[in-house]
Each structure stands twice: as structure tokens, then as C-alpha cells.
Design a protein around this ligand. Structure first.
Ligand SMILES: *Cc1c(COP(=O)(O)O)cnc(C)c1O
Length: 331
């Protein structure tokens, strides 16, 4: 698997650390929990999108783009990392932000990731909920093209086969860390949203015959839809790395029982996970993704799953979003 064949901009701080969570593991009384720190990728407070953008932004540069566009929810971590990456490459960045939660809280609408988008010089437009945002993105890109801009449009979450390469590479990186440290891992768990992270990881794990199962905790779609999205993207990703057919439908597992009322709306479990990680480990989760993933993991541990085993929680970042949720966190 020769990923160096694909164009890439080396921006992320890699490899990200792999650390053992002694106090949280002891508190929960279950398996040994390790954390893969993709919140430490180094670009504008870090997060998982930086790995995808290394491949996507290289493609944008090869295409001769002067402007990158993408779309996401108001507090999108992907939008923030895209804005920062574009700034670093001297490209303009234009973002469509979808109001998925209906929140009128000024902290949600203007603080956190939105503040950082602005600081990185991005421009944006907003959209109401329920539209086909990738279609909106294409329409807006066409508008800018008709004005003479050379636009490279990145889908929501950076989740296409090119972006997923970042997580194929992350699977290789983790496997190397496990092997170097002599760690036998029973399961990797992570939050899953636009699917690129889980799709890239499962492709990398299967292509290397790692024998480590992966579980995604959903943050938006129901299980069937989430798994179908991840599988479709994994199949395409396996195709571009020359490993077509390596991922089976049964390798793709999502648990979508911890979404709560909907995307971006905190649940009790997610608020508890934020407090537990903060108070036992000094770590910051985010209310939209990583804390919903952690809430699912904590729920499963309390139900006896992985007892006496060793699991890895992939921390996908997102702490900048905390500042958009002050009300929920203080309530
Ligand atoms: C985007 C994001 C995810 C989900 O990753 P996908 O590749 O979209 O499934 C998880 N955590 C954080 C913090 C994110 O920003």
C-alpha cells in the first residue's frame, strides 16, 4: 500500500500520540482504554479533518485552484480546518454553513469554530436546515466559477475517497504504534459522521489484515444509513489504493443509539463524557462528535463489553466547538 503515490501536503503533526487512560479506565472498571490523539494534528486546534485535507488540498493545488469551498454545520470543525489549511496555502476559502440545530444562541452562531473561520480569513454564507448541502455547494461553486475563480469544492467532512486516504494512513500509523509497543488491541472505537474517518480506517485495517475490529458511534444518521454510507465510501477508497474488495459489508459496524434528539444537540451521556474526560484525564472532548462517541463507549463498558480487554478510543478533536456550547455545558 504505497500512499506516497498520491499527492499530499504535509501539514499535520504526525504521528499523533497514543496514550493510556489510567484514571478513566480505573473509574469505569472495564477494559484498559487507550486514546489516539488526533485532536493533536496541530492545525488550528487540531482534529481529524487535517489528515483528510492533506490529500484533498494537494489535489486542489494540482488542479490550479485559487479558491477552496466546502460546507458543514454552523460549528463545523471541518470548515475551520479547511479555512486554516487554505490560509496556509495562500488560497481563498468560502464556506456554506448549514443551520442544523436551529439554535439562536449567539455563542453557537458566532463563537467557537465560527470565530476561528473568520480569523483564518474565510468568507461564508448560511443555509437553513434540510437542503441537499452538497448540491448547494456545487451551485455556489458554479457561481464563483462564473465570476472567474478557480474553485476546488470539498464535500462535507472531506469525505470522499481522496479524503479517506488520510484515515487509511492513520490505520497504518496506529498499527505501527501497536506493534512497536507490543500492544494487542481488541477494538478501535470512534465517532462517525460524514463517514470518511471510519471508511478510511476500515479500509486500512482490512488492507493490512490487522484483525482489529472497528466500531463507529453515529452522531446523525440511523444505523442502516450510516453503515451503508461508510461501506460505499470504503469500497471506493479500497479501489483507489489497489485493494478493491478488501472490505466486506460486515466489517462496517455503526452504533447509532447515542445520537439523542439529533445532530449537534447534546445528550446527557455526551455531557457526562465531557466531564469524565476533563476531570479524570485533563482531556477535552466536543459535544457534537467525540463526546457522543465516548458516551457510546462508556455505555458499552458499563454493560460489560470488552472486560479485561484493551481498546483504543480515536479522539477526533473538536474542542473548539465547546465555546459554542457554553450554555449546555454550564447548565
Ligand atoms: C468530522 C468529525 C468527526 C466525524 O468524522 P467523519 O469522517 O465525518 O465521519 C468526528 N469528530 C470530530 C471532532 C469531527 O470534526
Amino acid at each position: 500500500m504505497h500512499l506516497a503515490r498520491f499527492p499530499r501536503k504535509f501539514v499535520a503533526h504526525l504521528p499523533t500520540p497514543l496514550e493510556r487512560l489510567d484514571r478513566l479506565s480505573a473509574h469505569l472498571g472495564g477494559p484498559e482504554i487507550w486514546i489516539k490523539r488526533d485532536d493533536c494534528t496541530g492545525l488550528s486546534t487540531g482534529g481529524n479533518k487535517t489528515r483528510k485535507l492533506e490529500f484533498l488540498m494537494a489535489e486542489a493545488e494540482e488542479a490550479g485552484a485559487d479558491t477552496v469551498m466546502t460546507q458543514g454545520a454552523t460549528q463545523s470543525n471541518h470548515a475551520r480546518q479547511t479555512a486554516a489549511f487554505a490560509a496556509r496555502m495562500g488560497m481563498a476559502c468560502h464556506i456554506l454553513l448549514e443551520d442544523r440545530t436551529g439554535s439562536n444562541d449567539p455563542e453557537y452562531k458566532f463563537n467557537g469554530n465560527v470565530l476561528l473561520d473568520r480569523l483564518h480569513g474565510a468568507t461564508f454564507e448560511t443555509r437553513g436546515p434540510g437542503l441537499d448541502m452538497n448540491a448547494e455547494l456545487e451551485a455556489a461553486a458554479e457561481r464563483l466559477r462564473s465570476e472567474g475563480r478557480k474553485v476546488y469544492a470539498i464535500p462535507g467532512g472531506g469525505s470522499n475517497p481522496t479524503g479517506a486516504l488520510g484515515y487509511v494512513n492513520a490505520a497504518f500509523e496506529m498499527l505501527g504504534q501497536f506493534n512497536d509497543a507490543g500492544l494487542r488491541i481488541d477494538h478501535i472505537v470512534t465517532a462517525t459522521g460524514s463517514a470518511g474517518t471510519q471508511a478510511g480506517l476500515v479500509t486500512g485495517l482490512k488492507a493490512t489484515n490487522a484483525g482489529i475490529p472497528l466500531l463507529g458511534y453515529g452522531v446523525r444518521a440511523p444505523k442502516e444509513k450510516q453503515e451503508a454510507n461508510v461501506f460505499a465510501l470504503a469500497e471506493k477508497t479500497a479501489g483507489i489504493i489497489g485493494a478493491a474488495g478488501v472490505v466486506s459489508r460486515s466489517d462496517v459496524v455503526a452504533d447509532c443509539d447515542h445520537v439523542g434528539e439529533g445532530y449537534g444537540i447534546p445528550t446527557e451521556g455526551c455531557l457526562e463524557a465531557i466531564r469524565l474526560f476533563a476531570e479524570f484525564e485533563g482531556l477535552l472532548l466536543d459535544p457534537v462528535y467525540s463526546a457522543k462517541g465516548a458516551a457510546g463507549m462508556i455505555h458499552d463498558i458499563r454493560n460489560g463489553r470488552w472486560r479485561d480487554g484493551r481498546i483504543v478510543f480515536l479522539h477526533t478533536g473538536g474542542a473548539a466547538g465547546l465555546f459554542g456550547y457554553r450554555g449546555a455545558l454550564e447548565g
